[in-house]
Design a protein around this ligand. Structure first.
Ligand SMILES: *Cc1c(COP(=O)(O)O)cnc(C)c1O
Length: 238
């Protein structure tokens, strides 16, 4: 197990370096987030021990369960967030990648004020208008960022997207225009709000395309940790 974990991590780091070389970027500008969803806390701890210091979960309950088991890791909530779960997230020093509506911004800010912390967020954008994915539309990005950044104790550090699956028979290059669209949205909104820097985009299948388009965070599950099974954590699904 741990042998293959190290092999996988090396392979992903190699892909990341090669993509940065092609893009003419410094690989230290790209944070590798290991997505541990459905894997046990011990797998998350092993990944952290092997040098993956940033870990991502898409469900609040898995985050709550695993965070105490991996002291020192930086955590990311990458899945959709319900307002009734906000109280379980704020105060954990987690970067929320999935702010996509005004009411969620209000709830995050209110809780951050209550607990006297600053909550860092990325605005999630549904670049492909995919009904199966969360995120505001490209047209709404500016107004949502402008609204959220004016709320107390909330800081918008960037944008995130999860593009639609590429059509059958096409490769990850089919996804690249969606990454380009997120970068253009970031460049535009950053002219008004310079703190909006990050681009969270790229997964196991398409991290190269994302890095070519300027990703500063890639979210990698399968390529790092292998296929996701029906582990015990699955029972915590909403
Ligand atoms: C699961 C997940 C990932 C990782 O996907 P892989 O294809 O396994 O790398 C990235 N981002 C989000 C939002 C996810 O839910």
């Amino acid at each position: 197990m741990s042998r293959s974990l190290h092999t996988r991590i090396d392979a992903v780091r190699q892909r990341l370096r090669e993509a940065c070389d092609v893009a003419g970027r410094d690989s230290t500008q790209v944070t590798l987030i290991g997505v541990t969803k459905t894997h046990s806390a011990s797998v998350a701890a092993a990944a952290f021990a092997a040098g993956i210091s940033d870990l991502g979960e898409n469900r609040v309950q898995e985050l709550v369960d695993k965070q105490p088991e991996v002291p020192g890791a930086r955590w990311h909530l990458i899945g959709q967030l319900q307002r009734n779960k906000v109280r379980d997230v704020v105060g954990r020093d987690v970067l929320v990648h999935s702010l996509d509506r005004v009411r969620l911004a209000n709830a995050l800010s209110a809780r951050a004020v209550d607990t006297q912390v600053t909550q860092r967020v990325l605005v999630q954008v549904n670049v492909g208008d995919d009904p199966a994915k969360g995120g505001c539309s490209l047209d709404e990005v500016h107004d949502l960022v402008a609204y959220a950044r004016d709320l107390p104790n909330l800081v918008v550090e960037g944008l995130m997207t999860m593009p639609p699956l590429p059509p059958a028979g096409t490769g990850p290059d089919a996804t690249r225009p969606h990454f380009a669209a997120l970068r253009q949205a970031r460049d535009k909104v950053r002219q008004s709000f310079p703190e909006v820097q990050h681009l969270s985009m790229g997964m196991s299948a398409d991290l190269e395309a994302a890095i070519l388009e300027g990703a500063t965070m890639v979210r990698i599950g399968t390529a790092l940790l292998g296929p996701r099974g029906d582990g015990p954590w699955r029972k915590d699904e909403r």
